[in-house]
Design a protein around this ligand. Structure first.
Ligand code: ADP
Length: 482
């Protein structure tokens, strides 16, 4: 028994009320008496009774209902009911309402004290159990928190020692985290945290990658270093934080590629040499003696066929190299200068077909970071197609403009146009659309080469065309510098 616990009595029956009051006070409980339901509320609000003892009928109201309402407010408050009679109905109502127990007349001092003591003891046990559970749950949460602390250390150690470079940036491209490899790769100061990455790292490929990736969804980029190392940078956005850049050293893969490339080179040479010999001998035949017209015609056919086989081999080898990612040479390239070279070479064909050529080149265009040979090849193919497929007297329009740090090259013609359902296929290897099958010859490799070149330069190419009206090929390439 705990002394001085406050017991709240809510009874109208003054005789029993006094009996209870005396019995409880005799064993050192404090007693408060509520005379009506408002008084009951007041005492419950202002003091903290350890137990409520309420009559089945209290100040004209149902005591069980009052008790239930109080249990909603104070779920741990033990409540005893002073029932009018001991009936099964009473027991059921007490159990249903979740009360601690009940007393009924005739009252004996011992019964009152025992019931109150037992109810309080049960409530205390419950309280102890709740406290123990809270403690147990808290300590298990603490333990888990401690483990996930140590897990953080583990994670830090993994990221610090991983063989890939890791840089985490906030949304303004300021450095939030770097690991050892990333710092070594870029020769960063030991603590670059908080500094804008573009101020700290001067690698042009990385700068281009970061600038581009804010505008488009470019996720991968190759970074070339002056000492010959090549890294593949991958960008992943982290919600609410910024971006993570991982850097993977692919120098050894590039070396392997180079070996493969040398092999391809050798084979291409081996294939081309006999073809050159065939061409040479075909030319010599006419010098050894007079040929009749039919012989001359046959020789011309041999020459044309050998020429187209040579072109095919060259295209295939180019495509192989491009697809294998051998095209890593990058320098500052002015697109309009390369275009001029291309037009100089193809100009005679334009004149032959009496085509109208219109140029619209924006002034002050920024450079590309590109392989000039490939850019030339791309232009030759697109312009060559426009010339090839546009009937005499037609018009070819070429424009270069700048939009959102991207260079946009467009070439439109008044040729046959391309059927809508074939427009996505013309960039596939060997695919020739139904519109030209009767017309000029071709291998169907030109546009696959164009696509590979453009994509190797982190650009995009597509066609817009209406059958019978003409086609427009659009190439978008990232600008390098202003
Ligand atoms: P090729 O010209 O050798 O057939 P390409 O890969 O350059 O191969 O082109 C693929 C196909 O795309 C062509 O066969 C043709 O059907 C279509 N094509 C390309 N350029 C044009 C164009 N300017 N006008 C109409 N059709 C074109």
């Amino acid at each position: 028994m705990t002394k001085h616990d406050l017991i709240l009595l809510a009874l109208d029956d003054s005789q029993n009320l006094h009996l209870m009051e005396r019995a409880l006070q005799a064993v050192d409980y404090e007693v408060a008496i509520a005379h009506d339901s408002e008084g009951l509320e007041k005492i419950l609000d202002e003091s903290t009774p350890a137990l409520l003892l309420i009559a089945e009928q209290f100040s004209g109201k149902n005591g069980i209902e009052i008790a239930e309402a109080q249990l909603e407010r104070f779920p741990t408050l033990p409540i005893l009911l002073f029932a009018e009679k001991d009936t099964t109905g009473t027991i059921k109502s007490v159990l249903k309402a979740g009360l601690s127990g009940y007393l009924y007349p005739p009252l004996h001092t011992d019964d009152i004290v025992n019931s109150v003591n037992q109810s309080l003891a049960r409530a205390r046990h419950l309280g102890d159990w709740v406290r123990r559970e809270v403690k147990r749950t808290t300590s298990s949460l603490e333990k888990r928190a401690q483990i996930s602390e140590s897990e953080r250390d583990k994670l830090d150690a993994i990221i610090a020692n991983i063989e890939d470079g890791v840089i985490v940036l906030d949304q303004e491209h300021k450095i939030l985290f770097t690991n050892r490899i990333a710092r070594e790769t870029f020769g960063l100061p030991p603590d670059p945290i908080g500094r804008p990455i573009l101020h700290v790292i001067q690698n042009p490929d990385l700068q281009a990658f970061l600038l581009r990736s804010t505008e488009s969804s470019v996720k991968y980029h190759e970074l070339n270093f002056d000492d010959g190392r090549i890294f593949n940078a991958q960008q992943t956005s982290i919600p609410h934080i910024g971006t993570a850049i991982t850097l993977h050293d692919i120098t050894y893969l590039k070396k392997l590629d180079q070996i493969k490339s040398e092999f391809v080179h050798t084979v291409s040479h081996d294939l081309r040499s006999p073809l050159t010999a065939v061409l040479g001998y075909a030319e010599l035949v006419s010098r050894v003696g007079p040929l009749n017209e039919q012989q001359q015609e046959f020789l011309r056919r041999i020459q044309t066929i050998v020429q187209s086989i040579t072109t095919l081999i060259n295209d295939l080898l180019d495509l192989g190299r491009l697809e294998a990612g051998f095209d890593t040479r990058r320098e500052s390239v002015q697109l309009e200068s390369v275009l001029q070279y291309s037009l100089d070479m193809l100009g005679s064909l334009v004149t032959q077909k009496n085509l109208h050529l219109e140029k619209n080149i924006a002034s002050d265009l920024p450079a590309l970071r590109a392989n000039p040979i490939r850019i030339r090849q791309m232009l030759d193919n697109l312009i060559g197609n426009a010339i090839k497929y546009t009937p005499s007297e037609g018009t070819i329009r070429i424009s270069i403009r700048m939009e959102d740090r991207q260079l946009i090259f467009e070439i439109s013609d008044t040729g046959p146009g391309i059927p809508l359902d074939e427009q996505s296929r013309i960039f596939e290897k060997f695919y020739r659309a139904s519109n030209v099958l009767e017309g000029p010859k071709g291998t169907g490799l030109g546009l696959s080469i164009v696509k590979s070149i453009v994509e190797n330069h982190q650009g995009r190419v597509w066609v817009e065309s209406t059958l019978g009206q003409g086609s427009t090929f659009i190439v978008v390439l990232p600008a390098y510098e202003r």
